[in-house]
Design a protein around this ligand. Sequence first.
Ligand code: SF4
Length: 372
Amino acid sequence: MSEKPAPPPHLGSLVNALLDWYGRHARDLPWRRTRDPYAIWVSEVMLQQTQVKTVIPFWERWMREFPDLISLAEAPEDRVLKLWEGLGYYRRVRSLHQAAQNLKNDHGGRFPKDYETVLELPGIGRYTAGAICSIAWGQAVPILDGNIIRVFCRLGALAGDPKDPELNRMLWEQSKRWVETAAASGRPEACSHLNQALMEWGATVCTPRVPACDRCPLSAHCQARLQGRVEAFPELAARAKVTAREFVVALIEQRGRVWVRQRAADALNGGLWEFPNLEVEPGAAGGDLRLRSFFGEMNLQHWKPLTVVRHAITRYRVTQRAFASEWVGTVGELPGGGRWCREAELEALAMSSAHRRIARAWTGVRDRLHPD
Ligand code: SF4
């Protein structure tokens, strides 16, 4: 026999139930112990596309080195990128740095309270502005991210792709009604807690696969559960097809130094350091021959396979095949710009995770060849 649906609840009772649940189950996260908008902003930017447990040590280290807006605004970009190394999506941190500089120059180094002003900062969209203004300033402004889309779509069994403009607009409206209802409840820190409760509900209970409906504070009202179709919502459009990409990477060594170059500021991963590399046909053999033909004979000894690093970024599955060669003869310059870097200096440069793994593979080989 199917379960009898509960009568439609008043929104106030749903909001109260969620706030009560959050009061009992909120995780103790370091950025939840502060109302500093800067600290909350940093956490929100780090949490985009990165899990909480990964973010915690990054956030703590960041706050030790850049405890306030001014210290970030005044930091050299190389250092900012270095502290972000491992989090990926480096455009986020470049925007964060730029926004801190704008706030220092135009707002006396203070974080604005006005939502529209926050929204004008580089890298800050409606979600991040809403999160900062509700959590730090207690404002009744909505947020909507993948977690919240999922819980709302399941709760109401909402059909359609949430990226569809009409459904997306409805979801933002729903989020607004929830936070405004919380504000009207008169409960302490209602807007901050409501928005964080929505995030927490999606992240810890109403998860994408196998949601924990038995622990859900609103399960009695969940239309998707009552229909036995929780996994059918949200009705996301098919993901973009995964595309394979492959690169050959050149580790060119000379007397304990290695050639590195810096990516252009406006490129993907702009400002990061890397080893010279070429994109090749995925699966094609002869990466070392491609390097030989690119660099010519140029005083380089034959190329030896060093390591293969595989990683995923957005819809790309990337393979990086690294080869090592030694520059013999007098010191020279390589095509494409860059500089020789001592092994000990490599660790201080900001690199993508893939190139950092290649660097460590190289230093590991060197350690074996030249033990102390
Ligand atoms: S009952 Fe299950 S599917 Fe419905 S909102 Fe709760 S956790 Fe999500």
